[in-house]
Design a protein around this ligand. Structure first.
Ligand code: NAD
Length: 260
């Protein structure tokens, strides 16, 4: 299926994990990809897409830096023309008891996960408004936007913030055929979850690597962790014409972990 032929899709946090999987799925469906992250590994994602016959450029930048974000969207427009879909997916987490959590950790998680979504959406929307053919803004939240987990108050706040940004922007641009939605991954097997497993595991009872994740996955009604492809299915749907009448929504993709 080539649902995204001639559409330009910008995605942050696309060097690995969920972002890379989303990018590869869009590429398979014909999109022009702009894959971005704050590490050089992102170049290899663009190369893989190109080797498989897709169209992609890569951009190394920092979503917390307005100048860098502007340069990302400039590069996208220069390569492919206007921007049709912008996926704000870059994210970070740390896990610590309240007494041990530093102000720097708080600031960094809020800056990447919340301000980063704002800066990228701001840049994308202003460019979508110029070409006036509508668009899709899709933001990565988390199960923690529904239910704050232990030892991560900054991360829970940052992802609940993403839902607020989503709803506010959706109202502002709804009449311009720009939809704004968010999604909440549950437990998805990525580098971030490998860290979560060991950091939560240590604080919650000295679990051996992999043990805590196994226990939590057992609590998922579908009894398995998710994959980047599971998430990509939802995100491409939200970006498609079939989702034209859906805006301001936050949708869980978690095997039934949280039902709301
Ligand atoms: N893995 C999960 O189970 C899970 C669950 C819920 C939500 N999420 C969210 O999904 C998103 C992707 O998570 P993942 O598991 O693939 O993580 P990951 O750690 O594998 O990848 C994170 C990506 O974000 C990029 N990034 C980090 N800081 C950045 C910055 N300042 N500027 C630009 N890019 C930056 C990294 O380069 C990388 O590409 C994140 O927003 C995360 O919070 C993940």
């Amino acid at each position: 299926m080539q649902r995204f032929q001639n559409k330009t899709v910008v995605i942050t946090g696309a060097s690995r994990g969920i972002g890379a999987a989303i990018a590869k799925r869009f590429a398979k469906e014909g999109a022009n990809l702009v894959v971005s992250a704050n590490e050089d590994l992102v170049h290899s994602v663009a190369e893989q897409i190109q080797q498989n016959g897709g169209k992609a450029i890569s951009f190394v930048g920092d979503v917390t830096d307005k100048t860098s974000v502007k340069a990302l969207y400039d590069a996208a427009e220069a390569a492919f023309g206007g921007i049709d879909v912008s996926i704000q997916n870059a994210g970070v987490i740390t896990i610590a008891r309240i007494e041990d959590m530093t102000e720097d950790e708080w600031d960094k998680v809020m800056a990447v996960n919340t301000k980063g979504v704002f800066l990228c959406a701001q840049e994308a929307i202003s460019r979508m408004r110029k070409h006036a053919r509508g668009g899709r803004i899709i933001n990565t939240a988390s199960g923690q936007a529904r239910d704050g987990f232990i030892f991560t108050p900054h991360y829970a706040a940052s992802k609940m913030g993403v839902v607020g940004i989503t709803q506010s922007l959706a109202k502002e641009v709804a009449a311009e055929k720009i939809t704004v939605n968010a999604f909440c991954p549950g437990i998805i097997e990525t580098d971030m979850w490998a860290y979560n497993d060991q950091a939560w595991g240590k604080l919650l009872g000295n679990y051996a690597p992999g043990e805590l994740m196994k226990e939590w996955v057992n609590g998922i009604p579908m009894k398995r962790a998710g994959s980047g492809e599971d998430v990509a299915g939802l995100v491409t749907f939200l970006a498609s014409d079939d989702a034209a009448y859906i805006t301001g929504q936050t949708i869980n993709v978690d095997g039934g972990l949280i039902m709301s």
